[in-house]
Design a protein around this ligand. Structure first.
Ligand code: ADP
Ligand code: MG
Length: 640
């Protein structure tokens, strides 16, 4: 029969499996069992949504080692696969586990040999069967279908699909084990004690019984006529046993679960190779009873910032999965959380639509939100270094949370935020800032820009820094809007951008002095304004500059940072979202003196000075020069 070919990507993973050098070959069993368990989950889920109720006691996974045939068979009575599904699920890698593996492999191929073990931690999927088998046969009958199909492959040269017979719905995977090689013992996977050990190690919490016939030797029944000196005879009997304890981790008391078990559970379930940064295991009683086990990953999953990523927690009702990604259990700002919720307060056949409206779900969601926040705060307080790692991975998500929904989550989220401090040279919380704030300090200062280094040299901030006031340096996209949304941190201490015109309130004397300076310089200011025309909204004497000669600020609601943001987001629309630029000049600077002298004596030179100062202000503000070629000509012309 003509062989069908694997899709190219699948072939590559398959090759890796067949020629695998990994020490963790035994994980194939975990993968095959976890697929079987998923298949049973899917079946119960499908039946429940069709208004059917599955006979739960019959659902199981069976292992059949056959030493004579050299095969290990794993049978499940789950949903099964149709012909098309066999082809698309096993002939192509389009599936989470395998796909993730492929991505991780790309990274792992650059690892030193000793780290190759790390591969054993990935979810490697169905193809891992080829690490230990010469040939894999899958016989499956899909739920609701009368026909069964057989898929068979001996490796990279392709697979065959043929019709066959199977009495019941479900799948059997028959693995013809490889002959033992130098240092590889494949025959061990036919020994019941190895299989028992592997199930305990990797699949203990699988919530369907994993059954196997195990041999025991036991004393024969004592014959009625046995005499005094009767020696019991032993016989070997075969008995079906359940190998796994089936108690999901989250159902066990916290004190009994070891760190390692939590971490292994997390890594296995979510295909991550790093331990989670934080875990929350809770058992709630009261209005709604539930158990929850939540994890914060150590870094953002590769698809976190794509549309592909779906937030949500798995929802179980007494150990039965009723929804895979229940989005309503998590607010957007905590969408990075992974985990499960198990509550017997939900009926098994509840529909998704109904579920959304249940009071229980809302109560659980709101409790989880509070709990997540308090655990993150604890981390912030007790394990700052870890919290900073969390912040680097997901801080942006929290900031977006502050600005979205009209700022309605800001009270919940603001304590979790971190900002770079000019004073501390590290990330600080708003509370820490508040505690250090001098009594006479009118505002909480911040400066937005590309990077901390540039911000620390911002000329307009010089006087604020001189006063000893701490400035928060903001370098991320939504920061400007976060500040707008937060408004103030406490008792009338509003946030203020260091380049706002009124960033430093002046005494009456200072005001008068500034006004005087403006009066004295009126002709110069008017001249500059006239020279620059449309480009500026106003030209003023600055009260912010100390050693710098110029800076750019903005009048009106759109700040320069917002303008840059709009420009990045949508250049087309950004045309109408321009800040009203204000060129501020420092009357005490030597540049100003030169300008003044030129205005009086050489108007043409003065015009060039005005343009030069404008260009300088743009550069300092991180705005593009309108015409760089013109700018160089200008500078060169002034060097003559
Ligand atoms: P993953 O489990 O991460 O999706 P796998 O490579 O382990 O990736 O499996 C690929 C796909 O094959 C699964 O998504 C599932 O659709 C199908 N599959 C594998 N084993 C079974 C099974 N025992 N019953 C039904 N479907 C299965
Ligand atoms: Mg799988």
């Amino acid at each position: 029969m003509a062989k069908k070919q694997f899709k190219t990507e699948s072939k590559r993973v398959l090759d890796l499996m067949i020629n695998s050098i990994y020490t963790h070959k035994e994980i194939f069993l975990r993968e095959i069992i976890s697929n079987a368990s998923d298949a049973i989950d899917k079946l119960t889920y499908r039946m429940l949504s069709a208004g059917d109720s599955p006979d739960r006691s019959a659902l199981q996974i069976t292992l059949i080692p056959d030493e004579a045939a050299g095969t290990l068979t794993v049978i499940d009575n789950g949903v099964g696969m149709t012909r098309e599904e066999l082809e698309s699920n096993l002939g192509t890698i389009a599936h989470s586990g395998s796909l993730q593996f492929k991505k991780d492999m790309a990274a792992a191929e650059h690892l030193p040999e000793s780290d190759a073990d790390i591969i054993g931690q990935f979810g490697v999927g169905f193809y891992s069967a080829f690490m230990v088998s010469d040939q894999v046969t899958v016989i499956s009958r899909a739920y609701g279908s009368q026909e069964a199909w057989q898929w068979q492959s001996s490796g990279a040269d392709g697979y065959t699909l043929t019709p066959c017979q199977q009495a019941e719905t479900g799948t059997r995977i028959i693995m013809k084990l490889k002959p033992n090689a130098d240092e590889e013992d494949y025959a061990q996977y036919l020994h019941t004690h190895t299989l028992e050990r592997l199930v305990k190690k990797y699949s203990d919490y699988i919530h369907y019984p994993i059954r196997m016939e195990v041999e025991h030797s036991r004393p024969k029944e004592r014959p009625a006529d046995a005499g005094e000196d009767y020696q019991p005879e032993y016989e070997t009997v075969k008995e079906w046993e359940t190998l796994n304890s089936m108690v999901p981790l989250w159902q066990r008391p916290r004190s009994e679960v070891k760190d390692e078990e939590y971490n292994d559970f997390y890594k296995e379930k979510y295909g991550d190779w790093e331990d989670p940064l934080l875990r929350i295991h809770m058992s709630a009683e009261g209005m709604v009873e539930y158990k929850a086990m939540l994890f914060v990953p150590a870094r953002a999953p590769y698809d976190f910032h794509t549309r592909e990523y779906q937030k949500g927690l798995q929802l179980y009702s007494s150990g039965v999965l009723i929804m895979d990604k229940c989005a309503d259990l998590l607010p957007e700002h905590f969408r990075f959380i992974r985990g499960v919720v198990d509550s017997q307060d939900f009926s098994l056949n509840i529909s998704r639509e109904m579920l959304q409206h249940t009071r229980q779900l809302k109560i659980i969601a709101s409790n989880l939100e509070k709990k997540i926040k308090s655990e993150l705060l604890r981390l912030q307080k007790d394990e700052r270094e870890k919290y900073e790692r969390f912040w680097r991975a997901f801080g942006l998500q929290l900031k977006v949370g502050v600005v979205s929904d009209f700022g309605s989550h800001k009270d919940l989220l603001q304590d979790l935020l971190l900002f770079w401090s000019s004073k501390e040279g590290k990330l600080v919380t708003l509370n820490e800032y508040k505690q250090r704030m001098a009594a006479d300090q009118p505002y909480v200062y911040y400066a937005c820009g590309e990077d901390v280094d540039k911000l620390s040299k911002l000329p307009q901030a010089e006087r604020i820094r001189d006063k000893g006031y701490e400035i928060l340096y903001l370098t991320e996209e939504p920061d400007q809007f976060v500040m707008e949304a937060l408004g103030e941190i406490a008792e009338g201490k509003p946030f203020k951008a260091v380049d706002a015109p009124d960033a430093l309130p002046e005494s009456d004397e200072e005001k008068a002095a500034l006004e005087q300076k403006a009066q004295d310089s009126k002709d110069v200011l008017d001249f500059v304004k006239e020279t620059l025309g449309e480009r500026v909204h106003d030209v003023r004497i600055s009260n912010m500059l100390k050693s710098g000669a110029v800076c750019m600020t903005a009048d009106g609601p759109i700040t320069l940072e917002m303008e840059k943001y709009f420009q990045r987001m949508d250049p087309e629309q950004a045309r109408s979202m321009k800040a009203q630029r204000v060129l501020e000049l420092n009357p005490d600077s030597s540049a100003f003196a030169a300008l003044r002298a030129a205005v009086d004596s050489d108007k043409e030179r003065a015009q060039r000075y005005a343009q030069l100062l404008y260009a300088q202000a743009l550069l300092i503000a991180g705005l593009p020069l309108e015409d760089p070629a013109e700018y160089t000509r200008l500078v060169c012309s002034l060097m003559q």
